[in-house]
Design a protein around this ligand. Structure first.
Ligand SMILES: *Cc1c(COP(=O)(O)O)cnc(C)c1O
Length: 391
């Protein structure tokens, strides 16, 4: 690895004067989306029509699950999935997740009970979650497949079975990921996927709820349509969370690219991993043995031995034109939206949130751009003392 490069933070030439984005959707060709949309459009069926049914059937077959309910977005899907569990009052979830996981709990009027993450994997710490579940008398558990790597599915399933509580997986990052050789979508009481622009399958906006439970599926189908079972006599205050035919057309075309897209992201992750191997103080969150990540994100934990902390590294990369994100920082329990809750002590989550950094990752990221990011990070490590001294 060359360290000859002079970092931009020390006056060198930026590696990407034109900027390297953090994420970019891998979109299917527009004419393919239009071809799929045409029949519904010409007939005047603009939402919740045959393309939505086709998407649900395609996803159910691909993921190997009895029911797929397409919804307007993953957040609404999580809201409806949690609603379908019946009144639960309190739900345990990791604080190391995206805010929407907790918002879906709060919008139901339930109370989020935040649990720790495992410092090796950054996934839910199931031991801690179990203790908090019992202490709070919580009625359900929500676990996130963080960065597209499966959550500790078997341990979560075992905990929920032992305690007799349902479990929802926030599978926003999960299309393309595998557990024991099987795609996600069949685990827990329900899983909820996102098809927003930073995810692997893109609908523009869209979500998929998967479940093998007939009653849960029926509740979500009614819930996405105002709570109306079909006779305008609504059963509960539902949402308008239907998927439009435009979004279903884009999602169907995008699904065609998924296998290739996941392969490409895994190759990019491998290239980052091999390139950064020799750099001290950078650690990749572990994926459980037998699981495969979708690499919705490629993230690193920046430790003392690197020489710069996460924020200094992020700033130096930005000066090179390299966009990164500190996913997930601040952790949800530190966000203003949850400041009214009783204080909770989550030291591991705080430490991890303060040291994670997600690098540029998208389907058409080029190998030589990955190599340049690797080279820049190596140069920043080599110049860490000088950077710390000068800035
Ligand atoms: C993107 C994301 C969501 C929200 O998905 P939308 O489709 O944008 O509502 C929820 N949870 C996680 C972990 C996410 O990354």
């Amino acid at each position: 690895m060359t360290t000859a490069r002079r970092p931009a933070v020390l006056g060198g030439t930026p590696a990407f004067p034109g900027e390297l984005p953090f994420a970019r959707p891998l979109v299917p060709p527009l004419d393919e989306v239009m071809t799929r949309l045409k029949a519904s459009y010409d007939r005047g069926t603009l939402t919740n029509g045959p393309l939505t049914r086709e998407l649900e059937a395609h996803a159910a077959e691909r993921l190997g699950v009895a029911h797929v309910v397409a919804v307007a977005n993953c957040t609404a899907g999580l809201m409806l999935a949690l609603r379908a569990l019946g009144p639960v009052e309190k739900v345990v979830l990791p604080s190391f997740t995206f805010s929407a996981s907790a918002h879906a709990i709060a919008w139901n009027g339930y109370k989020p009970v935040f649990a720790e993450c495992d410092p090796r994997t950054l996934q839910l710490d199931v031991g801690d979650a179990g203790a908090r579940l019992v202490a709070a008398g919580a009625g359900a558990l929500l676990a996130t497949h963080v960065y597209g790597a499966p959550a500790p599915i078997d341990a979560v399933t075992e905990l929920c079975a032992r305690r007799g509580v349902p479990c929802v997986f926030d599978a926003a990052h999960g299309l393309g990921a595998e557990h024991d050789g099987q795609p996600l979508g069949r685990y827990g009481t329900a899983e909820v996927f996102s098809m927003s622009p930073t995810k692997l399958v893109v609908a523009g906006e869209g979500g998929l709820v998967t479940t093998n439970d007939d009653d849960v599926a029926a509740s979500i189908r009614i819930g996405r349509d105002y709570g109306d079972p079909g006779d305008y006599d609504t059963l509960f205050p539902g949402l308008n969370a239907r998927m439009s035919e435009f979004h279903a057309a884009a999602a169907l075309a995008s699904f065609e690219l998924l296998d290739e897209h996941v392969d490409r992201r895994r190759a990019i992750a491998r290239r980052y991993r091999e390139g950064l191997q020799g750099v001290a103080g950078l650690r990749e969150p572990e994926v459980f043995i037998g699981d495969r990540s979708s690499y919705k994100d490629f993230s690193l934990i920046v430790e003392d031995a690197f020489g710069l902390d996460r924020d200094a590294l992020r700033h130096a990369l930005l000066l090179e034109g390299i966009n990164t994100r500190p996913y997930f920082s601040p952790p949800v329990h530190r966000q203003k939206a949850y400041a009214h809750l009783p204080a909770v002590d989550l030291p591991v989550t705080d430490a991890m949130s303060g040291s994670v950094l997600s690098l540029p990752m998208f389907g058409d990221l080029r190998d030589d751009d990955v190599d340049t990011v690797v080279e820049v990070i190596g140069a920043l490590h080599a110049h860490a003392a000088e950077i710390t001294h000068r800035t």
